[in-house]
Write a protein that binds this ligand. Sequence first.
Ligand SMILES: NC(=O)c1ccc[n+]([C@@H]2O[C@H](COP(=O)([O-])OP(=O)(O)OC[C@H]3O[C@@H](n4cnc5c(N)ncnc54)[C@H](OP(=O)(O)O)[C@@H]3O)[C@@H](O)[C@H]2O)c1
Length: 215
Amino acid sequence: METNITLVIGANGKIGKKTVKLLRDEGVLVRAMIRDQTQASDFEALGAEVVLADLEADFSAAFEGCQNVIFTAGSGASTGFDKTLLIDLWAAIKAINYAGEYDVQRFIMVSSRGATNPDNGPERIKPYLVAKHAADFVLQTSNLNYTILQPGRLVDETGKGLIQTIRPTEATEQMISRDDVASVIFYSFNHEHTIGTTVELFNGSEPISTALAPD
Ligand SMILES: NC(=O)c1ccc[n+]([C@@H]2O[C@H](COP(=O)([O-])OP(=O)(O)OC[C@H]3O[C@@H](n4cnc5c(N)ncnc54)[C@H](OP(=O)(O)O)[C@@H]3O)[C@@H](O)[C@H]2O)c1
């Protein structure tokens, strides 16, 4: 059995799909975790393995043989705080725990801008930021080689590969394209110096390699 598989959790999401494509284009063995068989063909066409699992159930079997995990699932803006608890908090923590049990080497988490200090965020999304904060904390205090990416508001514009990690002052400028988040995931995956880092991400003017260069 292969043991150098990269599990993408939330593969059918907008960032997830872009991430799977970037990884497969480089020949990385990918296991795409989805919850609906009708979503499988897109991933199979890319040469990715597919695993069907629900984040609200036991999804530990998806971790068998995985060396790397990328968590980019989310409850989405149209669900209630019950799903914020079950997906953004509890499923993320379960994924971290499963990764530990299965000797996963690397864990890349898509968190959110503002997760480091939810008290400073908008009141409206505070429960979401608290969920992201707690999941980030569990990962940061685990034994996993983690990278935590905290993007600003996600937009669907074409990525330019230009970002910044300093939060813009104006809230309206605190955004980043999903393309560029996927590119940062891919960069982090390929660069060990990103291990142990937690960074906010926004559209900016620096190439990813410059913005994320080691200190
Ligand atoms: N929206 C923003 O402005 C923003 C800002 C900062 C960070 N983020 C974070 O960015 C990440 C991804 O963003 P995105 O735009 O790619 O999101 P997305 O398109 O909504 O993708 C989320 C994925 O999670 C999957 N998922 C949800 N519940 C599940 C369950 N019970 N079992 C299995 N899979 C489940 C969804 O599956 P289906 O495809 O089957 O629905 C979907 O594929 C999330 O972690 C989000 O919190 C978002």
